[in-house]
Design a binder for this molecule. Structure first.
Ligand SMILES: CCCCCCCCCCCCCCCCCCCCCCCC(=O)SCCNC(=O)CCNC(=O)[C@H](O)C(C)(C)COP(=O)(O)OP(=O)(O)OC[C@H]1O[C@@H](n2cnc3c(N)ncnc32)[C@H](O)[C@@H]1OP(=O)(O)O
Ligand SMILES: NC(=O)C1=CN([C@@H]2O[C@H](COP(=O)(O)OP(=O)(O)OC[C@H]3O[C@@H](n4cnc5c(N)ncnc54)[C@H](OP(=O)(O)O)[C@@H]3O)[C@@H](O)[C@H]2O)C=CC1
Length: 515
């Protein structure tokens, strides 16, 4: 019997960010392995014209939850959506709901955050810092609380090269920043933001670092742990391989590459691609929840959920495997044939951007204009390039994350728990994982039908022929122009033609002799 699964039985669990990528997989695993848990409270806001109930209904009726319905048929009754907006005071939770949360919660998983790299400092601080402080305050008023698990990111200290499982201090106290945001106006905040974030690459990683500091400062006598995942990718094994549902991180780039929009990337081919499957992160979270509640470590432990030091893969290997999968299972209606060119050189990268991205987009837009349609490719391309440039920082560096606590926890688990809550990334086969990942992007994110693969392959063949035709025509035009204008080009041309003629004559003569 799994000790961890048994631990969550009968428990009331509060999850923030349950409608997000990580949150959904966490709920799924909890319901599947501990169907006898009491209730999962989720803090949700209405979104995109959907009420809380509609949002929950949509999640529970998605493919991700198919297995859950078999083991926990009354899952609808065990999930309690509470209206909350984490950017508001007291999260705008009603008094009754707050009372229930305070008196019943046993475990908190705090996943909610803004993960946009370019969010405003005000909003990112509200979500990633102030909301964490507010939740800790609530936690301190929960008599039944056994553990508070805070989800940070492995990149919260990406201004360092080697990162240990400790909380690093930030140059400016989070409290000072929270206080100053109350009276500074938005224009001034945006002006001082670059000075505040110093050597952090973006507001997201900076505010996640502040969030960790808040956890350390406001922990009181709570049982807290921090988990730092690196780049969270599709599911590895559970509930099925390749599940993914948003375009963050690698997903958007995989689509852009598969559709042939993105054919070159400023990335160091040998840099470590520190991806971690979402189910691995969730298994670690549940194991940490159990360990923190049962063993009550004296201090706040930090756990790295990373792959680089145990089972490294680099961007080159990843790119090659992504392309190999697109050969077998192409995406539909590609703009160009998928191709990957990784370069860390500024000049080469700009060259590829002009030749491989901007020029084809402009040519295609001209074609759209000529055929009476609205041009759109340049806009799409600029958006993709903007996204790629936002991710560049992470694609051109490698970090070393120590994993002592994570490995210690692994050794504390029973063999059964090591199997059910497997977070040993050494067992991950990258080639198989990436293939399933790409397949998952096609099936679950783009919702493309597998029956369309022969047509997609046919389309790629047509694109290849157009490519050859275009290149030949371009070559001939350039050459013709050169010959018309330059004596030297004419000389070279005559030399090549006479050389070919002589070679052919010799070849013909020698083959006649043999006969
Ligand atoms: C040779 C090239 C091909 C290579 C082929 C092989 C592939 C190789 C393997 C794959 C490489 C993978 C590289 C991944 C690198 C990932 C590094 C991530 C680093 C993580 C650090 C920390 C990790 C975390 O802790 S948290 C989660 C990370 N957070 C994010 O990922 C959020 C990032 N996104 C943003 O901040 C914004 O979306 C932003 C700033 C990029 C764009 O904002 P903007 O307001 O301009 O646009 P949006 O409204 O958000 O979107 C507009 C438009 O763009 C599409 N889009 C959004 N994000 C992405 C994306 N990541 N990739 C591609 N496209 C994206 C979005 O769908 C919208 O499209 P519409 O059609 O207009 O709806
Ligand atoms: N994805 C990744 O690669 C990584 C993620 N992480 C961390 O993991 C955690 C989860 O990330 P992930 O699931 O990918 O992110 P998502 O963007 O998928 O999910 C974010 C969640 O936070 C919720 N949220 C955001 N703002 C509010 C608000 N004002 N009120 C209530 N809820 C809000 C969202 O709700 P709604 O659905 O309403 O928007 C959503 O449920 C984050 O803390 C992130 O920093 C760490 C490393 C890597």
């Amino acid at each position: 019997m799994s000790m961890i699964a048994a631990f969550y039985g009968g428990k009331s669990i509060l999850i923030t960010g349950a409608t997000g990528f990580l949150g959904k997989v966490l709920m799924e695993k909890l319901f599947r392995t501990s169907p006898d848990l009491k209730v999962i409270y989720i803090l949700v806001r209405p979104k995109a014209g959907q009420t809380l109930q509609q949002r929950v209904f949509q999640i529970l009726n998605s493919k991700l939850f198919e297995k859950v319905k078999e083991v926990c048929p009354n899952v609808h009754e065990k999930i309690r959506a509470i209206y909350a907006d984490l950017s508001q005071n007291d999260f705008a939770i009603s008094k009754e709901d707050m009372q229930e949360l305070l008196s019943c919660t046993n475990i908190i998983f705090h996943c909610a955050a803004t993960v946009r790299f370019d969010d405003t400092l005000r909003h990112a601080v509200q979500l990633n810092v102030t909301a964490t402080r507010q939740l800790l305050l609530m936690a301190s008023q929960m008599p039944k609380l056994e553990a508070f698990i805070h989800i940070s990111t492995a990149y919260s200290n990406c201004n360092l090269k080697h990162i240990d499982e400790v909380i690093y201090p930030c140059p400016v106290e989070p409290k000072k920043i929270i206080d100053s945001l109350e009276w500074l106006d938005d224009a001034i905040i945006e002006e001082i933001a670059p000075k505040l974030i110093r050597d952090w690459p973006n507001i997201y990683t900076y505010t996640k670092a502040l969030g960790e500091m808040v956890v350390q400062q406001e922990s009181r006598n709570l049982n807290i742990a921090i988990i730092r995942p690196s780049i969270v990718g599709a599911t590895w094994q559970e509930p099925f391989p390749g599940w993914v549902d948003n375009i963050n991180g690698p997903n958007g780039l995989i689509i852009a590459a598969g559709k042939g929009f993105l054919r070159a990337l400023k990335a160091a081919p040998k840099a470590v691609a520190d991806l971690i499957p979402v189910d691995t992160v969730v298994n670690l979270m549940l194991a940490v929840g159990w360990y923190t509640a049962v063993h009550r470590p004296k201090s706040t432990l930090v756990y790295h959920s990373t792959s680089g030091n145990l089972n490294p893969c680099n961007w080159h290997k990843m790119g090659v495997q992504v392309l190999a999968t697109f050969e077998k299972i192409p995406l539909e209606r590609a703009f160009r044939r998928p191709y990957a060119n990784f370069t860390s050189n500024n000049f080469t990268s700009q060259y590829w951007n002009a030749v491989s991205h901007q020029a084809p987009a402009i040519i295609y837009d001209c074609y759209l204009r000529l055929t009476g349609r609205k041009p759109r490719m340049t806009k799409v391309m600029n958006q993709i390039l903007r996204t790629a440039s936002m991710l560049e920082y992470f694609l051109n560096r490698s970090w070393e994350w120590s994993t002592y606590n994570t490995e210690m926890l692994m050794s504390e688990l029973s063999p059964e728990d090591q199997r059910v809550f497997n977070f040993d990334v050494r067992q991950l086969n990258w080639l198989e994982y990436i293939e399933n990942y790409v397949l998952g992007v096609k099936k679950y994110l783009l919702k493309e039908d597998m029956a369309g693969i022969p047509e997609a392959k046919q389309h790629l063949k047509r694109l290849r022929n157009i490519h050859y035709l275009f290149n030949t025509a371009l070559f001939l035009i350039v050459w013709r122009l050169l010959i018309a204008r330059s004596q030297m080009a004419r000389n070279v041309w005559f030399f090549i033609v006479s050389f070919c003629y002589k070679f052919l004559s010799y070849f013909r003569a020698s083959s006649t002799l043999k006969v």
